[in-house]
Design a protein. Structure first.
Length: 403
């Protein structure tokens, strides 16, 4: 007596595997194209209309698609229209700084459904889980959903988790987050999937998905605001390094700035001392250009430079030379296709500063990558966090229809 092979989703050629493939393809098409009729869906993924009917019934039973009305066709003919059920899953993106936790929630389609900001000035101690929980609770109340509806939480922070130790590094300025097994602790405390990612890495992911880096497999992204950071995408993949610290360019020794040996390991030194926000403000003021913050001072100089003010041009060229000094070793070692400039200081400099930095960099290095300004609108950390969360959750949800 022979024993039949179990009908497993992963067994090649079985009906379950084929159903799983078709379900995933259908959900992807509905996500990309929007509401579709049964015949339209069948034609797009290459299946018969009866198979499409069975597929849609299966996805509806799983709560992944819903009826989106009726479309009128030829006289006497109508067709039901289906779309992704946006409430099938929700995700959260967080942007953590020393002053606050900003949260945005999105549904499965990617539409923002709730925002919240929790002020955290000077907070310390081991209450990081409660702080995150409070921020998520506030966003869920705005969205009108329960916290248990969240399938994934991605936290962007000004630091990096060492995969070997599970601890957050490069973030001495953010109290309360330096606990053992940070990610595991957050997952256990929140009761859902959690990822903690460097904030500038998330900006790079957003830029790769929807900004000027789209279509580029090798690029560097430089962020200059109060702090300085970099992200590297090599071969189409984010490069984090063995301890998660790849791109922590603010600590990199550069000519013209004190090193850790001179200033002290925890004092401002390296690239941070050369082009960080406080330094930029001092440089602009030394040329007579002021503002309420470094970005505002740079905007003042740019406005003056556009009116042929030679002093303003000198101020911006000074800043451009400093930036090129830090970008030169990265360019020589990585040889990126492009370098994306972002952060409020670089965006305030606009095309004027971008062109000067590119000119200075190309005078220092043999590789001459094109420098481009970021085009991602809003908070790019939250955008990248939501993109990462949605990628993970969609992969889970879209593969869950066949057991």
């Amino acid at each position: 007596m022979s024993r039949s092979t179990p009908d497993l989703p992963g067994t090649p050629g079985t009906p379950s595997l084929l159903r799983a493939i078709n379900d995933r393809a259908a959900l992807r098409v509905l996500l990309e194209r929007g509401p579709l009729t049964r015949p339209e869906l069948a034609g797009l993924i290459g299946i018969s209309k009866p198979t499409a009917s069975q597929l849609l019934s299966r996805l509806a039973d799983a709560g992944l698609v819903i009826l989106d009305g009726i479309r009128e066709g030829l006289p006497g003919r109508t067709a039901e229209v289906y779309r992704i059920n946006p409430s099938a899953a929700h995700v959260a993106g967080l942007d953590v700084t020393p002053q606050r936790i900003a949260v945005t929630l999105a549904d499965l389609v990617g539409c923002p459904v709730g925002e919240y900001r929790l002020q955290t000035p000077g907070r310390s101690g081991g209450d990081v889980v409660e702080r995150v929980r409070a921020a998520l609770r506030g966003a869920c109340e705005v969205a009108g959903i329960g916290p248990d509806a969240l399938r994934r939480v991605v936290i962007g922070i000004q630091g990096a988790v060492d995969p070997g130790t599970g601890r957050l590094g490069y973030a001495a300025h953010i109290p309360g987050w330096h606990i053992p097994r940070l990610v595991d602790t957050l997952r256990a405390g929140l009761g859902t999937g959690v990822d903690v990612e460097n904030d500038v890495n998330l900006v790079a992911l957003a830029e790769q998905a929807r900004g000027t880096a789209h279509g580029h497999r090798d690029f560097a992204l430089l962020w200059v605001s109060d702090g300085v950071g970099m992200a590297l995408v090599l071969g189409g993949r984010l490069h984090r390094g063995s301890t998660g610290g790849a791109g922590e360019i603010g600590y990199m020794p550069v000519p013209g700035a004190p090193g850790a040996r001179d200033a002290g390991r925890h004092a401002t030194h390296g690239m941070q001392a050369l082009v960080g926000g406080p330094t930029v403000l001092k440089v602009m003021r030394s040329y007579g250009y002021r503002g309420s913050d470094p970005a505002a001072a740079v905007r003042t100089a740019v406005t003056a430079a556009e009116k042929a003010d030679h002093s303003a041009h000198a101020a911006l060229r000074d800043l451009a030379g400093r930036l090129a000094t830090g970008l030169a070793p990265v360019t020589a070692i990585v040889d990126p296709e492009i370098i994306v400039l972002t952060g409020d200081i670089l965006l305030a400099g606009g095309e004027t500063l971008r062109g000067l930095v590119e000119l200075e960099l190309h005078a220092l290095t043999i590789p001459r990558p094109r420098l481009v300004l970021s085009t991602v609108e809003g908070n790019p950390v939250l955008t990248g966090a939501l993109d990462l969360a949605l990628t993970t959750v969609r992969d889970e949800v879209f593969g869950s229809t066949v057991s």
